[in-house]
Ligand binder design. Structure first.
Ligand code: NDP
Length: 294
């Protein structure tokens, strides 16, 4: 069997196009232009690349970027003052603080200071609680992308066995909550799980969010299962050339799985597309408009 490759790049491009169309209608019919503020502290090269890509995508979607860059030495009070300013600005509908933050700043305090209605990363405790309670919430972007990719294979996830490897607050736990909300039967596995291969073999939908290159082997996968690989791991080959691989041994998995996301080109591109979707949703909610059908 050769698995169907879930083309995250194309699916994300479609979602971005749909968001851009909805933004165009919102502007034409209501005069609203969604605004996203991305706050970057310091000069972490990886963070700078992420922020540049986000800003480009925001502009392409017809939204307004409100990027704010602060020096590495910034104090917590100054950052909290900026968050308060953005919370109060009606042109800013979404706020994202690029993590990690320098050590003098308490990330949790900063996240909790963001207006939950503008928390497009879905990390505010109120949104985390709403998701856990099955209430409408702004949901973290990567987990949202994972479930949207799984639904391209299974329009209904109801009754399927889903196994999520990883229990981080930014990926594993919210993916599991979203799958549960879709009526899958969900198991969360982690580093203390006994007989992980056997647990994985139960899964109709297997989500790997571990951070270990090619950790999930082909024989751990149930034949025909859908595999969503969240991992982004940089490895070097014998010649010292570096490349990105996922958390799943892709070549092995291709022979067993029914469908699989590649790395790169699977979950990664969905993250920014879902950030745009969250910004659009937040804008509609803040203006008393119905949820956009995107
Ligand atoms: P974390 O390090 O926060 O969490 C990793 C999870 O994997 C933990 O719950 C840990 O278990 C579990 N784990 C570690 N080792 C094992 C093991 N041997 N067996 C079973 N479980 C194990 O990582 P993140 O959730 O932040 O990220 C996971 C991966 O996803 C990374 O590769 C990251 O780069 C990628 N990522 C990709 C994104 C994208 O846009 N595509 C966005 C965000 C992340 P325990 O809790 O017991 O320690």
């Amino acid at each position: 069997m050769t698995a169907h490759i879930i083309d995250g790049k194309t699916i994300a491009a479609g979602l971005r196009g749909n968001v851009a169309d909805a933004v165009h209608r919102l502007k034409r019919d209501r005069g609203h232009v969604p605004g996203l503020a991305v706050v970057l502290v310091g000069r972490n090269p990886a963070s700078e690349v992420y922020v540049r890509n986000k800003t480009k995508a925001v502009i392409e979607a017809g939204m307004h970027p409100f990027d704010r860059n602060l020096p590495d030495s910034v104090g917590e009070d100054e950052l909290l003052a900026l968050i308060a300013e953005l919370n109060a600005d009606p042109k800013v509908n979404g706020i994202l603080v690029q993590l990690p933050l320098p050590p003098q700043i308490d990330s949790q305090k900063v996240i909790a200071a963001i207006d939950p209605a503008k928390d497009v990363d879905g990390f505010h405790p109120l949104n985390v609680g709403r998701l856990g309670s099955g209430l409408p919430a702004l949901v973290p972007c990567t987990p949202l992308g994972c479930v949207r990719l799984a639904r391209t294979v299974h329009p209904s996830l109801a009754g399927l066995e889903a196994v999520v490897i990883g229990r981080s607050n930014i990926v594993g736990k919210p993916v599991a909550q979203l799958l549960l909300a879709e009526n899958a039967t969900v198991t969360i596995a982690h580093s203390k799980t006994a007989d992980l291969p056997a647990v994985c073999r139960r899964a109709d939908v297997l989500v790997a969010a571990i951070g270990r290159p090619e950790f999930v082997r082909g024989h751990w996968i149930k034949p025909g299962a859908t595999v969503i690989d969240v991992g982004i791991n940089r490895v070097s080959d014998a010649a010292g050339k570096s490349r990105i691989v996922g958390d799943v041994a892709y070549a092995e998995a291709l022979d067993v799985a029914g469908a699989i996301t590649p790395v790169p080109g699977g979950v990664g591109p969905m993250t920014i597309a879902c950030l745009l979707l969250n910004t659009l949703r937040a804008t509609c909610e803040q203006n008393g408009l119905p949820e956009p059908a995107v």
